[in-house]
Design a protein around this ligand. Structure first.
Ligand code: SIN
Length: 279
């Protein structure tokens, strides 16, 4: 059932929830037009509460994609993955018959190895395989809230080391990039800077170890947390079409692109919004 948020002065945003815990789709919306601050605030409100916001049937240029991202903050340039010529803020996500696999196929939040990991990412789908290539999203507020109180209290004391994915090392092109391609330590449970809600912040691609635990304790606890993130009750699965956009909040959701469409082609472009130091 579609719902709406509005005030008297501007058009409402009409959206429908994808599940009670994760994701909303904004309906009948055109991202190629200049957005009022009021609309930007409403989109941000949906983003930080639902974790991911979807739009369908969009037709935007690279410039418009960049401008939309800039309404939510400074844009992030990926420490290792090259961009299309002239567009350093755009990250190309492409897989085809020559690819060894899909980038980031595993639960993660983007570049959590950065000292100030990206706040949010906006992926614009361009080419989709005939079948396959969905992306799953899992809500990390829900993952935290489903834990028992003693477990929540224990995890609130812990920090974890996040290191760049191994594949990045082979892509390092400059000293500037190399200096950003290092590990960072973040709280296992972070507080979202806007919603103030607590969210689980470890992931299977970047998190290497929990500080102070033995190897055996790390193996058990991280395995438990990675299995917990995988609980279908926190998740949704998004089926893309060319023109679909997913705008996710890395501070409170993780995502998992499926790797089920080889040898077909799937191409998307992402802009990524800078974040702050997790606390
Ligand atoms: C990403 O991690 O940005 C890629 C997500 C996807 O390909 O669905």
């Amino acid at each position: 059932m579609p719902e709406a948020i509005w005030n008297e002065d501007v058009s409402p945003i009409v959206f429908k929830k994808i599940s009670p815990r994760c994701g909303v789709e904004i309906l009948d919306f055109d991202l190629s037009i200049e957005l009022s601050q009021d609309l930007v605030d409403k989109i941000e409100h949906l983003l930080v509460n639902a974790g991911v916001v979807f739009f369908r049937d969009q037709h935007i240029t690279r410039e418009q994609h960049i401008q939309f991202g800039q309404r939510f903050g400074e844009l992030h340039v990926h420490p290792a993955v090259p961009s299309p010529e002239g567009y350093p803020e755009i990250l190309l996500i492409h897989a085809d018959a020559k690819s060894k696999g899909v980038a980031g196929a595993g639960w993660h939040s983007d570049v959590s190895s950065d000292a100030e990991p990206p706040a949010a990412s906006i992926l614009y789908m361009k080419i989709m395989p005939e079948v396959g290539g969905d992306t799953l999203f899992s809500n990390m507020y829900a993952a935290f809230e489903a834990l028992s109180q003693p477990m929540q209290e224990y995890l609130l004391q812990l920090k974890a080391v996040h290191a760049p994915a191994k594949i990045y090392s082979s892509l390092i092109q400059s000293e500037k990039v190399a200096s950003r391609n290092q590990a960072s330590t973040h709280p296992v449970i972070r507080t979202h800077p806007i919603s103030k809600r607590k969210a689980l912040f470890v992931n299977s691609i970047f998190t290497r170890e929990i500080v102070g635990l033995s190897k055996k304790e790390n193996d058990y606890l991280l395995r438990f947390l990675f299995e917990h993130i995988n609980d279908p009750n926190f998740q949704i699965r998004f089926s893309w079409q060319p023109g679909s956009i997913a705008f996710w909040d890395n501070r409170c959701v993780q995502h998992f692109p499926t790797d089920d469409f080889f040898p077909q082609t799937r191409t998307a472009e992402r802009v990524t919004i800078c974040g702050d130091k997790p606390y």
